[in-house]
Design a protein around this ligand. Structure first.
Ligand code: SF4
Length: 270
């Protein structure tokens, strides 16, 4: 991982003179080399040193974050070796075949064995792996109530909802604002189920990122004189089955998956 989301994020920092002092043919070629981590930004002599240093620090921070995520996943996998997998399957609305426990993530199978080895056909990023493993370890098996509440109305949600708004709802709204059709396609890809006219939103789709932790996405498109809005709602049982930090991690994991897909597939908006 690195500090830039796209090649254009690098390119906009460059002079765009194609002077070749970096030994690349164009600034765009240099931007691609920085994005793929073949060259540091500081190799362009036209980039101010403080800018190059700023992005080098961001990259180092990202590497530290990635190492911390790897450490957390290793710990969770070690913890899995200590639990009763058959009982865990009952708690999590999963299945156990004697060797591995399988739960449905967005409708797709995700299996894990007692050694913490993961079996899945879907690409699950590390941010998603953490809440999934946490769910298997800690889910209490509370039935879904089908009553939706925003994060701040969950028992421990008051301490988290501002950060959740910044890290999940705001970036997800940006995707929906910029690529409205693609946004619906992405939710569809993750097996989103429509619900009727919820809160009179333009889009109301339920995802099942974990079997007992559904998530309702409501999006209100911009109208004349009114800005758009996007809110995520959770079942009132969510905190019992995942815990508030797990819910936050789940929200950020899904948002990052959406962002990656949007970056990969998006076309310029009309
Ligand atoms: S040295 Fe900098 S400005 Fe010159 S071509 Fe390379 S990236 Fe562009």
């Amino acid at each position: 991982m690195h500090a830039f989301k796209t090649i254009m994020d690098v390119f906009k920092l460059l002079e765009k003179s194609n002077c070749r002092k970096c030994n690349e043919k164009t600034c765009l070629a240099f931007a691609a080399a920085v994005f793929t981590q073949k060259r540091p930004l500081s190799d362009c002599p036209r980039v101010p040193p403080e800018t190059a240093q700023h992005y080098a620090s961001r990259t180092q921070n990202q590497v530290r974050n990635d190492l911390e995520i790897e450490r957390q996943i290793a710990q969770l996998r070690a913890d899995l070796a200590k639990i009763d997998m058959a009982a865990a399957a009952r708690r999590t609305a999963g299945t156990f075949d004697g060797a591995k426990l399988t739960v449905r993530i967005m409708g797709k199978k995700f299996g894990v064995d007692a050694a913490g080895k993961i079996y899945t056909d879907i690409h699950v990023n590390p941010w998603m792996t953490i809440p999934i493993l946490n769910y298997i370890l800690n889910c209490q098996g509370a039935p879904v109530t089908n009553q939706w509440v925003p994060l701040r109305e969950l028992a421990s949600g008051k301490d988290w909802y501002r950060l959740f708004g910044q890290r999940c709802e705001k970036p997800m709204k940006k995707i929906a604002d910029t690529y409205p059709d693609l946004f619906v396609d992405i939710v569809d890809l993750f097996n989103g189920q429509p619900v009727d006219n919820h809160y009179q939103s333009d889009v109301a789709l339920v995802l099942h990122p974990l079997p007992l932790v559904p998530l309702l996405i409501c999006y209100w498109a911009p109208e004349e004189g009114m800005v758009s809005n996007l809110n995520l709602f959770f079942d009132t049982s969510a905190e019992v089955n995942l815990g508030i930090d797990g819910i936050y991690a789940l929200g950020t994991g899904i948002t990052r998956m959406f962002e990656k897909l949007a970056l990969r597939h998006a076309v310029s908006p009309a």
